[in-house]
Design a protein around this ligand. Structure first.
Ligand code: LLP
Length: 433
């Protein structure tokens, strides 16, 4: 039976991911366990690239936002058809480079890049820096001068668009720590300043309005604002901005209440706006980039746990405790995120119970979800949380000195361990005395 693009029920009645039996994988690798469908990830990358090609000709780049899921192997999957990557730290850049991903396709983000990170990024030759603020602009210029080079830069602009999503993941409004504002001329003044500097070259503008956004209007509005600003720079400073990066943030399906648009529709909506605004403002269609993260990896991933106890508190709540929790998935604790859960050994059983799935860490807020529907479940059974491919492994921690789970990639029914399970020895390897 079909559950999603990656998930089905096999002939044993078990949950299967990319045709591999999830119960077998849990036996082979233990739990908790992250499992991801490699072909789904590469399929989505192709969908983004094809959609952008249809809408922009060859004048585009799709950057995978590394923060969603960053391991060496992901860079091998996304290194197709000219795709790039965005990184927000020296660590993400190091991971990409270690995987053999070309630095020339990497853009370097972050609202507080350190001198060390800037030096490192310059030494490996990243494509560009997305500059967040004035101090950083001058720091990049100074370091580039010392290294007798010129750094390509884009500015991160707050387009003044308030997207409908969780407060912690919206970034397009003036009250945000990321980027420079239009409303108070901060962005315009900084661009004028950058044009005077000898060791930075302004190539583009960037914006990112937030994450897990379903409506097309905020993206359209951001595109209108950004094209308007490119026209203003041309008219008032006589400078042609050739590249525009509209960021990521495209929403995906966590539960049946989520109804994302398909990739082509999403891309067509904002590229149509870019085209018409360029015509209106009499400017050339820019080299257009996007940076999807969550939508590339989230739906390809699941996490499999073992149930340790089922605590029924009569007339109050039933807690189903699992062998992982906020250490491998902090998203309920941080955002009240909602997930769909299944029992991999009997995914089709009727969901007759309402339970709270609790983690094994010492926090009352360490939950995976509240009032979730499940069949009556017993200690020792497997439990799968769906749609955990993004912002789970990458946000995992060692709180309570819990080792992080391994990651298994599955392609056409064949599994490959891409990150091994952490050991107790790993946990103490930096403890010096
Ligand atoms: N570009 C920039 C500059 C970003 O800051 C982000 C995400 C992306 C692209 C990718 O956005 P996406 O396509 O993944 O929505 N930890 C949160 C999400 C934080 C997103 C941060 N920036 C969560 O688990 O929901």
């Amino acid at each position: 039976m079909f559950i999603s693009e990656s998930l089905s029920v096999n002939e044993n009645g078990h949950l299967a991911i990319a045709s591999a039996d999830v119960v077998d994988l849990a036996k082979k690798y233990g739990t908790p366990l992250y499992i991801m469908d490699e072909d789904r990830i590469s399929g989505i990358c192709r969908e983004y690239v094809d959609a952008m090609r249809k809408c922009c000709g060859e004048n585009f780049m799709v950057h995978y936002a590394s923060k969603a899921f960053c391991t060496k192997y992901i860079y091998k999957i996304i290194d197709i058809d000219g795709m790039g990557a965005d990184v927000v730290s020296g660590g993400e850049l190091f991971t990409a480079i270690s995987a053999g991903f070309p630095a020339g396709k990497v853009s370097f983000h972050g609202n507080n890049k350190t001198s060390d990170e800037i030096e490192y990024a310059l030494s490996v030759g990243v494509r560009e820096f997305i500059v967040d603020n004035r101090e950083e602009l001058h720091l990049i210029n100074r370091i580039a001068k010392e290294k007798e080079t010129v750094a390509n830069i884009s500015f991160r602009i707050k387009p003044g668009v308030d997207a409908h999503t969780h407060d912690f993941i919206k970034t397009g409004q003036i009250d945000s720590k990321f980027g420079v504002a239009l409303e108070n001329n901060e962005a315009f003044d900084m661009i004028s300043e950058a044009l005077e500097l000898s060791n930075v070259k302004l190539v583009g503008l960037h914006c990112h309005i937030g994450s897990q956004i379903f409506e097309s209007e905020p993206f359209a509005e951001a595109a209108r604002v950004m094209i308007g600003f490119i026209a203003k720079i041309k008219n008032e400073l006589g400078v042609k901005i050739c590249e525009l990066n509209l960021g990521g943030g495209f929403g995906i399906r966590y539960t049946e209440n989520d109804d994302p648009k398909n990739i082509f529709e999403t891309v067509k909506n904002f590229t149509d706006v870019v085209k018409s605004e360029c015509r209106k403002n009499n400017i050339d269609f820019p080299f257009l980039s996007i940076e999807p993260g969550r939508s590339v990896v989230a739906e390809s991933g699941i996490t499999v746990y073992t149930v340790g106890s089922v605590k029924e508190i009569r007339d109050i709540r039933t807690y189903v405790s699992i062998d992982g929790g906020m250490t491998d998935n902090p998203r309920y604790a941080l955002y009240g995120a909602e997930y769909t859960v299944l029992l991999p050994e009997r995914p089709l059983d009727k969901k007759t119970e309402t339970v709270t799935v609790a983690g094994r860490n010492c926090e009352s807020g360490d939950l995976i979800g509240v009032d979730l529907k499940l069949p009556k479940v017993k200690a020792g059974e497997l439990l799968a949380v769906l749609t955990t491919g993004a912002y789970n492994y990458s946000m995992a921690s060692n709180y309570n000195r819990v080792p992080r789970p391994p990651v298994v990639m599955v392609s056409k029914g064949k599994d490959k361990l891409i990150v091994r399970r952490e050991t107790y020895e790993d946990l103490i390897k930096n403890d010096l005395v």
